[in-house]
Ligand binder design. Structure first.
Ligand code: ZN
Length: 477
C-alpha cells in the first residue's frame, strides 16, 4: 500500500519519509522470512506431512515455503546491504548519464553492480552458469541453456518477419490514433472495457501514474494504474488492458489460501503471460473490436470517420524503434533477446562494461536495421540494470511464449473465442484462466504449469505461428 501510494497520490516532498517507512516494513518482513523459528516450523510441518503426494498442494506449499526461506537467507546480509547502497547511488548516476547522454558516468557504477550480481549468483548457487542463479529468482527452474534453446529460433523468426514487414511495401497508416482523445473519456472507456473482460472493481481500483503497474495487495484488493495522453489513443487503453490481465490473475488466486504459496502467483513469466494475453491476443483482435468499436467511436469523435479495418491495422502496426517500452508486439521480443545476450556476456565476463555501448549498437543494428543515435536511446534506456535486476528481461518474452501456447489451448477447449468476444462474451476465457492458471498458485514450477495446462513444455512455434498468421494478414505477406 505504501508503494502504491508512492506511485499515485503521495506528496512529492514525502519521498524521504516514505523511503524510511518502506525500509522499516521490508526489514521486519525480511527478519520474519529469514527467522530460524520459521525454518523450524517448516521442518516440523515436513515431518507431519512426510507421506503427502509430491504433486499435492501441501507438498507444494512446503517446497515453496522452504525456497522462500532459502532465498531470504542464502545471501549474506552484508551483500544485501551493499547492493541496496550501491544501487541507490547507481540509480542516480544512471539517470544523470541518461540525461547527459554520457555512459562514462554510469560505467564505474555498473562495474560495481555486475560484480555484486556475480557474488549474488555465487551465494545463491548454480550448476552450470552464474546467470542461472539470477534467472531462477524470477522464473524458478528456468536455465540459461533452456532459454538459449528457446530464444535462438524465436530470434531468427522475428528478424525475418520484421524484415519482410519492412519490405512489404504496405506501410500502416496509424495517424488515426493521433488526435483529440480527452483523458476523462479515455478513462471512462478503459473502465468500461476492463470491467467487461472481468476485472472486479469491488475488489480493485484503477488510478493514473507515470509508469503503469499492477499491485496485488490481496485477492480482494488489487490496484491497477495506467496513464492517458490526450492526443494519443494507443497507450492508455492497452496499458490498462495489460495491467487488468495482471490484476485478474491477482484476483483469481484462491482466497482461502491467501498468504500461502498456493495462493500466490506462479512466476514473473506466467504473470506476464496473463497481461500479454489480454492486451495483445484479446485486446488487439478483430473480435474484441467488433464488440467495442462502436462505443469507442461514440466516445471519440477523432475515430468517427475511421473504418474498423483501418483502426485494426493502426493498432497492430509494426515499427522498429529504439525504445523497448514503446515497442509493438513483434519488435518487443527483439529488444528482450538483445538484453538477454548482453546480460549473459556481462555476467560471464565475456563483455567488459566499458565495451557495452558499442556491443549494444552493433547487436541492435543486426536485429533492427537501425543504429541508436546515442546511449540514451541505446544501453542507458532501461532502469533495470541500475537496480541490479539481471534475469528479469527474459520473463517478458517468456510471457509471450506462454501466452501463445495457453491461448491456443483455450481456443481448442472453448471454441471460437473471437466470435465470443464479438458478442461481448469474455467470461468463458476468464473462468478458464482462473481454473487452469490462477487457482493453481505456485503448486507447479512455471514450465511444469505450462505443460500441465497445454500438454507441452514451453516452445517457440506457437508464438511464431501466431505472429506469422496475424501480421501476414496485416501486411499481406
Ligand atoms: Zn506486465
Amino acid at each position: 500500500m505504501l508503494g502504491w501510494d508512492q506511485e499515485t497520490y503521495m506528496p512529492r516532498e514525502a519521498a524521504e519519509l516514505r523511503g524510511n517507512q518502506l525500509a522499516m516494513i521490508s526489514g521486519l518482513h525480511h527478519r520474519r522470512q529469514a527467522a530460524t523459528e520459521f525454518r523450524d516450523l517448516i521442518g516440523a510441518a515436513d515431518d507431519e506431512n512426510a507421506d503427502a503426494a509430491p504433486d499435492s498442494v501441501v507438498a507444494a506449499n512446503l517446497r515453496e515455503a522452504r525456497r522462500d526461506y532459502e532465498l531470504a537467507t542464502k545471501v549474506p546480509a552484508a551483500l544485501v546491504e551493499e547492493k541496496a547502497r550501491t544501487t541507490t547511488l547507481a540509480r542516480r548516476a544512471w539517470a544523470e548519464g541518461r540525461e547527459a547522454n554520457d555512459f562514462a558516468r554510469f560505467c564505474p557504477w555498473f562495474e560495481k553492480i555486475i560484480d555484486i550480481a556475480r557474488r549474488m549468483a555465487d551465494a545463491l548457487g548454480y550448476d552450470e552458469h552464474p546467470y542461472d542463479a539470477l534467472l531462477d529468482k524470477y522464473e524458478q527452474g528456468a536455465t540459461t541453456a533452456q532459454l538459449q534453446q528457446l530464444f535462438a529460433p524465436l530470434r531468427d523468426a522475428h528478424v525475418d518477419l520484421v524484415a519482410r514487414i519492412q519490405d512489404s511495401g504496405r506501410p500502416v497508416d496509424a495517424s488515426c490514433l493521433r488526435g483529440a482523445f480527452p483523458a476523462d473519456q479515455q478513462d471512462a472507456f478503459a473502465r468500461e472495457v476492463t470491467k467487461a473482460i472481468g476485472f472486479d472493481y469491488d475488489r480493485g481500483r484503477l488510478d493514473t501514474t507515470v509508469h503503469p503497474f499492477c499491485m496485488g495487495v490481496g485477492p480482494t484488493d488489487v490496484r491497477l494504474t495506467t496513464r492517458y495522453d490526450p492526443s494519443f489513443f494507443g497507450d492508455g487503453l492497452f496499458s490498462a488492458l495489460h495491467e487488468a490481465g495482471h490484476g485478474m490473475y491477482e484476483q483469481g488466486v484462491r482466497r482461502d489460501d491467501f498468504g500461502l504459496p498456493s495462493g500466490q502467483s506462479c512466476s514473473l513469466g506466467i504473470h506476464e503471460s496473463q497481461s500479454r494475453l489480454w492486451e495483445n491476443l484479446v485486446g488487439r483482435s478483430r473480435g474484441f473490436w467488433t464488440h467495442f468499436y462502436g462505443t469507442a467511436q461514440k466516445r471519440f469523435a477523432s475515430l468517427s470517420g475511421v473504418s474498423l479495418d483501418d483502426f485494426l491495422r493502426a493498432i497492430n502496426e509494426v515499427r522498429p524503434s529504439f525504445i523497448r517500452v514503446d515497442a509493438d508486439e513483434v519488435t518487443y521480443n527483439l529488444h528482450v533477446f538483445l538484453r538477454f545476450e548482453l546480460e549473459l556476456a556481462l555476467i560471464s565476463g565475456d563483455l567488459a562494461v566499458a565495451d557495452l555501448p558499442d556491443a549494444w549498437n552493433e547487436k541492435f543494428e543486426q536485429s533492427f536495421r537501425l543504429r541508436p543515435p546515442n546511449d540514451a536511446k541505446g544501453c542507458l534506456q532501461d532502469i533495470h540494470w541500475s537496480a541490479g535486476l539481471f534475469g528479469y528481461f527474459p520473463t517478458y518474452t517468456l510471457g509471450n511464449v506462454y501466452a501463445a501456447q495457453i491461448y491456443n489451448k483455450a481456443r481448442a477447449e472453448l471454441g471460437d473465442l473471437e466470435a465470443a468476444f464479438a458478442r461481448g462474451e469474455f467470461t468463458p476465457l476468464r473462468s478458464w484462466l482462473n481454473r487452469e492458471i490462477h487457482e493453481r498458485g505456485r503448486q507447479y514450477l512455471p514450465h511444469r504449469l505450462v505443460e500441465k495446462v497445454t500438454g507441452a513444455v514451453p516452445q517457440p512455434q506457437p508464438l511464431i505461428d501466431q505472429l506469422e498468421s496475424k501480421y501476414g494478414a496485416v501486411y499481406g505477406l
